[in-house]
Design a protein around this ligand. Structure first.
Ligand code: SAM
Length: 292
C-alpha cells in the first residue's frame, strides 16, 4: 500500500475497516496532514539507524514515516485495540528488514515506563535515543516532566503539543507564560519551536492549534544539587503568581528577617513577582532553603 497512513483517505479507510472510534479520554487526535508528519520527522533530524521512542503511535501515521526514514522505533501505547491495526497497516518490510526488527510496541502507560528495563534488548543503550511524539494532550506536562527528570541518554525530544504549552516552554522571564514548567525544562534543555500545526490537520479536530517543539539537552547545565528540591521551591514561589515574591516565600521562610536577607542577597525589590525572576535567581533561592 503506497498511500501513507497519515493521508486523509487512508486514515478514513482504516477507521472504516476497524470501526475505530477516536477515544477522547486518551487524547486521540490522529494526524492527517502529510506535510505536518514529514515536518516532525525533519525537525527530529531522523537518520538511518536512529533509535526512537514514540509515545502514542495511534494508527501509525507518524510511526510509518519514522520507519521509512530509517529509524528503529519503540512505541508506548495504552489503547489495546491498536496493536492489531499497527501490525496490519504498517509496512511488512522496511527495506530488507522485517517490521519486527525495526518496530516494537509496548502496551503500557508511558508515565509508568521504566525506560532502561523496557528498551533493553531492543535498543543499544550505550547510544543516544530520540523521543518523537504527537503527545496525548491531557498528559502533556506530566510526560515532559517525566522525560526531563529521567536519566536516559536523550539526543533530543521532538514533541507536538498544544501551542499554549509550547509557549510556556519557550517563555522568557517577565511574560505570563513563564513559570515552573518553563524553569524546570530550561534548566535541562534548549527549547526550539520547529513548526506550528493547525487544528484541521487532525482527525478528529482538537479545539486548539499545536506546535512541534524540539528539546535538546544543554551542554552546560546550571549547577543544581538537588533537582527535586529545586522544582519544589520553584513551584512554591509560583503558588500565588499574582502575589509578591516576599509573600510567596512566607511558607518556605517563615522568619521575616531571614526572608528579607535572602531577597536582599538576590538584589531584587521585595515587591517583585515570581515571574520576573531569572532562572539563576531561582537557583539562588533554592540554595538558601534547606531540603526537606
Ligand atoms: N501518533 C498518532 C498520530 O500522530 O496520529 C496518535 C497521536 S494521539 C494525539 C495520542 C496517542 O497517545 C493515542 O494513540 C493514545 O491512545 C496514546 N496515549 C494516550 N495516553 C497514553 C499513555 N498514558 N501512554 C502511552 N500512550 C498514550
Amino acid at each position: 500500500n503506497n498511500i501513507p497512513i497519515g493521508s486523509a483517505v487512508r486514515t478514513q479507510a482504516i477507521i472504516n475497516r476497524y470501526f475505530v472510534k477516536a477515544k477522547k479520554n486518551l487524547g486521540q487526535n490522529f494526524l492527517i496532514d502529510q506535510n505536518a508528519i514529514l515536518g516532525i520527522v525533519e525537525a527530529a533530524d531522523i537518520h538511518a539507524g536512529d533509535q526512537v521512542i514514540e509515545i502514542g503511535p495511534g494508527i501509525g501515521s507518524l510511526t510509518e514515516q519514522l520507519l521509512l526514514a530509517g529509524a528503529k522505533v519503540f512505541a508506548y501505547e495504552v489503547d489495546d485495540s491498536l496493536p492489531e491495526i499497527l501490525q496490519n497497516e504498517l509496512p511488512k518490510k522496511i527495506g530488507d528488514a522485517p517490521l519486527e526488527d525495526r518496530f516494537k510496541l509496548m502496551l503500557k502507560d508511558v508515565l509508568k515506563a521504566n525506560f532502561k528495563e523496557d528498551l533493553a534488548g531492543f535498543f543499544d543503550m550505550s547510544k543516544p535515543i530520540k523521543v518523537v511524539a504527537n503527545l496525548p494532550y491531557y498528559i502533556t506536562t506530566p510526560i515532559i516532566f517525566a522525560l526531563a527528570e529521567s536519566d536516559l541518554h536523550f539526543a533530543s525530544l521532538t514533541l507536538m503539543m498544544q501551542k499554549e504549552v509550547a509557549e510556556r516552554l519557550e517563555a522568557k522571564p517577565g511574560s505570563k507564560e513563564y513559570g515552573p514548567l518553563t524553569i524546570s525544562v530550561q534548566t535541562e534543555m534548549d527549547v526550539k519551536v520547529a513548526l506550528e500545526v493547525k487544528h484541521n490537520s487532525f482527525m478528529p479536530r482538537p479545539k486548539v492549534d499545536s506546535s512541534v517543539v524540539v528539546l535538546t539537552p544543554l551542554k552546560n547545565k546550571p549547577e543544581i544539587e538537588n533537582r527535586k528540591h529545586f522544582v519544589w521551591v520553584v513551584k512554591m514561589c509560583f503558588s500565588q503568581r499574582r502575589k509578591t515574591l516576599n509573600n510567596n516565600l512566607k511558607t518556605l521562610i517563615p522568619d521575616s528577617e531571614k526572608r528579607e536577607a535572602l531577597i536582599k542577597k538576590l538584589g531584587v525589590d521585595p515587591r517583585v513577582r515570581p515571574e520576573n525572576l531569572t532562572i539563576e535567581q531561582f537557583i539562588e533561592i533554592a540554595r538558601n532553603i534547606p531540603a526537606k
